[in-house]
Design a binder for this molecule. Structure first.
Ligand code: SF4
Length: 228
């Protein structure tokens, strides 16, 4: 059976998130998502159909971007049946492959060696509680779990989740502020809304070895809504 992917955009940029931040990276953004987060900054990937590409065409287009690091993102890339096959082809040709996923679908379908960067959605996202909890059991040391935080309530919720599920002994754990995005609760007191500095202070106060992650690509190219 011919495998195809619906592709929103393909580009070369600097990886702005994850422990791979700062590295040149080829991005393939796939169409569609099964969530609608309050702070989503890639709504176009949810609303546009994307261009259908064969697996060969997608693979060749990524190879042409000449980076060792590749990020398969969305939208939600695991909605597309050919995503594991694309990750496998890229791994076999020597790439480091990151797959960014919202955690609601089975991440064990991805081939061994894939770096899974999995969101856990906090209350402020409006999509909390939809993740596939069994995904936590398959996380490995190279995988990364990311919490995007809107406010102090999200921080407390996420810190509790990290402790309850022993995430720090399983994988990398990233806490990122929903900077420059609409806040989910306009009623949040000023001192409880997230800023990079407040998040840094909350992390230090918590005593947990959480990694502060600031979206580097947004600092580099604040004017770009796509392709960065
Ligand atoms: S999971 Fe990601 S792509 Fe989907 S709505 Fe949430 S932020 Fe947007």
């Amino acid at each position: 059976m011919k495998q195809t992917l619906r592709v929103i955009e393909l580009f070369r940029s600097i990886q702005g998130e994850s422990t791979w931040a700062g590295m040149p990276c080829a991005f393939i953004r796939l169409a569609g998502c099964n969530l609608s987060c309050s702070y989503c900054d890639t709504r176009y990937a949810l609303e546009e159909p994307g261009r259908e590409m064969s697996l060969d065409e997608a693979f060749g287009s990524i190879e042409a971007l000449t980076t060792r690091l590749v990020c398969i993102t969305g939208g939600e890339p695991l909605l597309q049946a050919a995503t594991p096959a694309l990750a496998g082809r890229l791994l076999a040709s020597g790439h480091t492959v990151l797959v960014e996923t919202n955690g609601t679908l089975d991440i064990s379908t991805l081939p061994s060696g894939t770096v899974r960067v999995m969101d856990v959605k906090c209350p402020g996202s409006g999509e909390c509680g939809k993740m596939m909890m069994s995904n936590l059991e398959v996380l490995g040391a190279q995988d990364e779990v990311k919490f995007v935080l809107c406010d102090r309530r999200d921080f407390d919720w996420a810190a509790g989740f990290v402790v309850d599920h022993h995430l720090l002994s399983r994988c990398h754990v990233l806490f990122s502020p929903a900077v420059g995005r609409p806040q989910s609760r306009p009623s949040v007191a000023q001192e409880d809304s997230v800023t990079p500095r407040r998040l840094a202070e909350w992390i230090l106060e918590s005593g947990l070895d959480l990694r502060l992650q600031l979206p580097l690509h947004k600092m580099l190219w604040p004017e770009k809504s796509r392709g960065a």
